[in-house]
Design a binder for this molecule. Structure first.
Ligand code: ADP
Length: 335
């Protein structure tokens, strides 16, 4: 199912929680909503689910507006942090709950629920009490319960909260495979940018109720539209420079680069695109952190600005001054 948001707006008093957001989410896509706390992610999701009514704008499922349709009839599957499992029911009864409410007869709904438990690789938990499950198992049951109603869209709000890092990564890759297999349209709210990049086909970066950029994880990381996106997704150095006649002049160093236009620019450079050795940039190393696959290094530039770069092993020590070069094929210059 396609989902279209048209000028979607929600105010709480003076706060524009969601400010005229227009967006199309395509059939079968896993779409991420990311942004800092309070940027309007959950409010958007609640309007799509039907728990909030927009002050202005429309939510369209395929070709029909659903703003006047109550949540229970919208056919959305919900995996929200705040929605708990029913503790007075077994796992399989939890999964079969939605179909039961819809009047699906007992044998059919048990069979369907069994299939879902198998799909999620938890059939051995069918008769267990949800209270005695681990965090990851509970998460799978919650997902099973949402899938059981055969939703037109699955809405996930911080579904991995509270799980340890290793389990999170495993569930993320499993869910990607599952959504592909089911060809499910899913909207995924998370504050975890890595989770969004692993799980989502496309992502909208929100800030203050508005969209800063929509793109694939690669597009957002490699070609951020502005400093906010560059800073929010991954780590970036954002350096002021003047572009002129085939060079970027940082004040303390000049780097050859053909800019479309001359003038003051912001240069966005990822830490992995700066390397020590020859180069016109000079930095004094302040700190280094060994992270296994790389050594994240912090330095001070001649103008007192900070620079972050990655090296594959300790090449210098705090206090040392070194030369750096940037991979100008990978930098992003914003006028
Ligand atoms: P996020 O999910 O990105 O953290 P929210 O959608 O929860 O952001 O909130 C967006 C803004 O709307 C915040 O400023 C928040 O304080 C405000 N807000 C959200 N829900 C309510 C509410 N029920 N009443 C008043 N203000 C709200």
């Amino acid at each position: 199912m396609n989902i279209q948001l048209e000028e979607l707006t929600k105010r709480y008093g003076e706060t524009e929680a969601v400010d005229s957001v227009s967006l199309t989410i395509h059939e079968g896509e896993t779409f991420g909503l990311i942004g800092p706390s309070g940027c309007g992610k959950s409010t958007m999701l609640r309007m799509i689910a039907g728990f909030e009514t927009p002050d202005h704008g429309d939510v369209i499922f395929d070709d029909s507006s659903v703003v006047d349709i109550p949540p229970q009839v919208r056919d959305v599957g919900l995996v929200f942090q705040s929605i708990a499992l029913f503790n007075n029911m077994s796992v399989i009864e939890n999964v079969a709950f939605g179909p039961r409410m819809r009047g699906v007869e007992t044998e059919q709904r048990r069979g369907d629920a069994q299939d879902i438990l198998e799909l999620l690789d938890i059939s051995e938990l069918a008769d267990r009490d949800p209270q005695n499950l681990s965090g990851g198992q509970k998460q799978r049951v919650a997902l099973g319960r949402a899938l059981a109603i055969e939703p037109r869209v699955l809405l996930l709000d911080e579904p991995m909260t509270g799980l340890d890092a290793t389990l999170k990564r495993r569930l993320q890759t499993e869910m990607v495979a599952l959504f592909d297999e089911l060809d499910m349209t899913a909207i995924h709210v998370t504050h975890d940018q890595e989770e969004a990049m692993v799980m989502c086909d496309r992502i909208a970066v929100l800030n203050d109720g508005q969209i800063e950029q929509v793109g694939t994880p690669t597009e957002l990381y490699e070609s951020p539209a502005n400093e906010f996106v560059a800073d929010f997704l991954g780590t970036s150095n954002i350096l002021d420079a003047t572009a002129r006649n085939g060079i970027l002049d940082f004040g303390f160093a000049e780097v050859p680069f053909e800019c479309a236009e001359c003038g003051d620019v912001a240069v966005i450079v990822r830490p992995e695109h700066i390397s020590p050795g020859s180069g016109s940039l000079r930095a004094k190393i302040t700190n280094q952190f060994y992270l296994g696959e790389k050594v994240r290094t912090f330095g001070l530039l001649p103008d007192g600005g900070k620079i972050i770069f990655d090296v594959d092993r300790f090449v210098a020590q705090p206090g040392d001054e070194i030369s750096l070069s940037m991979d100008t094929d990978r930098i992003r210059v914003i006028g």
